[in-house]
Design a protein around this ligand. Structure first.
Ligand code: V47
Ligand code: SF4
Length: 364
């Protein structure tokens, strides 16, 4: 009841007018939206923008995730997936194992492989170039969305090459685009506390800038529901919007709900549904230059992902087979959905399911 008394009183009338008239929201608007509990108002505003950009379409993709190693020298406090090299449960897939795993896309009709892993302290750049080159050679029609900006910066460091040269080498081998991971929250204080070894927010943005300038698109994420404050959330969104104004290279924004189980932050609770919906809807409202807002159903849960299609979201990712990062941290969602399950999940909301490829072109 406290929640209702405090926050439904925030008048969002002027923000509503800005949204309806197509004006850009500013920092103060973002803060007020996060402080408000009027989730129906926030959702309906996000829905206006969602339908203006994406009409009634709800996108999905047939894809497969490959997490090639969980060995990582960073050991972020929020990560339950990573291991030290000599720790029980540590693994690293050989190129052959990756190719065998990738071969399953033939049965699935997948159009995308989503490949991310930890920062292995001993592997050299050749392993990653070989990985991309071998998969691309065997499956030239499959889009390879691989390596977060964190991994790219690590490859540049171990090879002594610039970020540009590293990305160019991977692009020449067949890399299609970059996933949005590793952004976490750009705030220096939050990073110092949760992932001190990780590249800075500015370095993440610079890596994306370089990829976009090379003609590679990417996604953007934000990990929320831990120690970040509303100010950190809004600043994060504004930095993404600023870079998007400059390059236009981002395809979608994906808020990632923190899963605390098996992490160093076990005392935290899972995110509340209201925060999940607000992150998606406010993301839609602040990021007026992003075409797509994605609910990653693996992290969000199937039911909330379905509801999110009325709260700004136009994409619920895909079949996803074999995701490990969130499941290591206690996600209770299945590891994959069938195409029929995804389509009926969308149809039940009255939206039109559209199969897309990575670059959001319609398939079939
Ligand atoms: O960078 C790590 C996050 C990211 C946890 O681009 C956690 O389409 C929640 O980036 N709870 C990797 N999140 C995954 C990722 C991603 C996922 C889906 C789609 C796309 C895309 C990208 O996962 C990491 C980190 O931010 N993460 N641990 C955790 N316990
Ligand atoms: Fe390593 Fe990424 Fe996990 Fe951080 S989130 S420990 S960089 S795998």
């Amino acid at each position: 009841m406290q929640l209702l008394k405090n926050n439904l009183n925030i008048d969002l009338g002027d923000i509503r007018e800005k949204v309806v008239d197509g004006y850009r929201l500013d920092y103060e608007d973002g803060i007020r939206l996060f402080e408000s509990s009027d989730i129906l108002m926030i959702g309906s505003l996000a829905n206006i923008v969602r339908e203006k950009i994406n009409k009634n379409r709800a996108y999905y993709i047939i894809n497969r995730h490959i997490n090639y190693t969980n060995i990582c020298k960073n050991r972020c406090k929020f990560c339950a997936f990573s291991r030290n090299i000599d720790e029980e449960g540590a693994y690293q897939m050989s190129i052959k194992e990756i190719l065998d795993n990738a071969s399953q896309i033939i049965h699935d009709n997948s159009t995308e492989l989503h490949i991310v892993g930890g920062l292995h302290p001993e592997l050299g750049l050749d392993y990653y170039v070989d990985m991309i080159g071998s998969i691309h050679e065997k499956f030239p029609d499959v889009h390879l969305q691989a390596f977060t900006a964190v991994e790219i910066a690590h490859f540049a460091e171990i090879s002594g090459m610039s970020t540009y040269e590293t990305l160019k080498k991977l692009k020449d081998a067949g890399l299609g685009s970059l996933p949005g991971g590793g952004a976490e929250v750009f705030s220096t204080d939050v990073r110092k506390e949760l992932c001190p070894e990780k590249l800075s927010g500015d370095e993440w943005l610079n890596t994306m800038r370089t990829a976009h300038n090379l003609g590679m698109r990417s996604n953007a994420t934000m990990l929320y529901g831990h120690i970040e404050k509303n100010e950190d959330r809004v600043n994060h969104l504004l930095k993404l919007r600023e870079l998007q104004d400059e390059t236009g290279g981002f395809m979608s924004f994906i808020p990632l709900a923190f899963h605390p189980k098996n992490t160093d932050l076990k005392e935290f609770s899972s995110t509340a549904g209201i925060l999940d919906l607000k992150m998606l809807a406010i993301g839609r409202l602040m990021l007026d230059n992003f075409d797509h807002i994605k609910a990653f159903w693996i992290m969000l849960g199937i039911k909330l992902s379905q509801i999110s299609l009325s709260f700004g979201v136009d994409d619920i990712d895909g079949t996803v087979a074999e995701e490990k990062i969130t499941h290591s941290a206690g996600a209770e969602t299945p590891e994959a959905l069938t195409v029929d399950e995804i389509k009926s999940l969308i149809e039940e909301t009255g939206r039109e399911p559209v199969e897309r490829n990575t670059l959001y072109n319609q398939v079939n």
